[in-house]
Design a protein around this ligand. Sequence first.
Ligand code: NOJ
Ligand code: CA
Length: 492
Amino acid sequence: MAELAWWQRGAIYQIYPRSFADSNGDGIGDLRGIVAHLDHLSALAVEAIWLSPFFRSPMADFGYDVSDPCDVDPIFGTLEDFDHLVAECHAAGIRVVIDWVPNHTSDRHPWFEASRSSRDDPKRDWYVWRDGDGPPNDWTSQFRAVGPAWTFDETTGQWYLHSFMREQPDLNWDNPEVEAAMHDVIRFWMDRGVDGLRLDAIHKIAKDPLMRDHVGAPRRHDEDWETIHERLRGIRRVVDEYDDRMIVGEVALQDLHRIVLYLESGDQLHLAHNFVFVELPWEADAFGTSIEDFEALADRTAWPAWFLENHDLPRLASRFGPAAARAAAVMLYALRGTPFVYQGQELGLPDAHIPPDRVVDVDGRDPVRTPMPWEPGAGGGFSDGEPWLPVDDSTTVRAQAQDPRSSLTLFRRLAALRRELPALRNGSQRRIDAAPGVLAWVRDERVLAAVNFAGEPRPLELRGKVLVSSDPDRAGGDGLGPYEAVIAALDG
Ligand code: NOJ
Ligand code: CA
């Protein structure tokens, strides 16, 4: 079996820095807080962490509105803190992936301040400006509450494009100067030792240059234009100036064929977040078919990545229930490909309740961004101050770490098993017949994985020893309990 790259071996764990751990009592998580909890990441045997943005930002979109992509926002610390974090992670054998936000900047980025200052400014064309008595076309923001993707700017009497908030003007990737400047941002962080990038909203950096309406057209015009592939190759060339780095794209498209086009040629992305997979209903056939479709399309040239939670999407325990969330964890670790785990998923956290007067996000995502509950007590061990979003300490890392039946114990076991068994990391994958509602597959013909999507028991011939079950009350014997998933060693 070929040696796997680090980003193929084990789980990549997403940290939302605002909500991971607060080291200085201001109620907001920070880089030093992350370093203080590396033991948690080591116990989860993660290969890498992916940090959501910690760059200078007015925080309209909590860091995805970047006003200086080459500096750390003082809320999160300093560049020295970042260097310290990288050194400590590397010493612990954990790689560091950071977010890179190429589609837009903050409206307070000096580039945009120059661009909006006059129609003749040299940076005018770094963003997308158009005339019009009303919005120049029918494109809308990804955020429903924002409405049109265009805002009129009084100073120069034109509209600028923003695929997200108005505070996030889109860069004009049709301008080669923008492309070169954004490549330099990559080099800045690679030179500092980061191991990889998560490319935010990457499908958005290629749009119809004619800016035509969507209406009446067979496809969207504001993303995933043909130019994307050359742009990805350009990004990959920069990344390949460095050894052993990785790029994973947020390819938020609902078409597996198109997602695979970002991966399969070997000179674009290493990994893509699969937004078809993440939207599937909790049904064995839906997951089985989607996994097989990806495998068939990727045809062994593209390595899969599997994720079911992030800082934008409802949590599994709320979507499918707590037992199914645990079964899904077994699936993520037992599939061929790289599992992504979002902070709190290892605890089986549900979406939090946010009182109306505490709502801060433009797009309803606060319930999945509440601080990590580390210990019982006010502040949940997250902060000694007033946390920026409410903390619920009804379950905590400390309590789950001591509980052999907990979700955290299950995740630790799954990670350890993946380290122990080459078949789970690198083995071939073949789906096998199973009872209705059960998805089952074998890895390398040695290890069986099976997930019961049904809320009733289902038969399953086990032919071997169960190594892990999602159900702490598993009785033993053949068959799967309601929403139970297992990994078993096959006899012989
Ligand atoms: C996707 C990110 O995951 C999300 O949090 C953000 O709001 C948008 N991109 C805009 O950057
Ligand atoms: Ca802090």
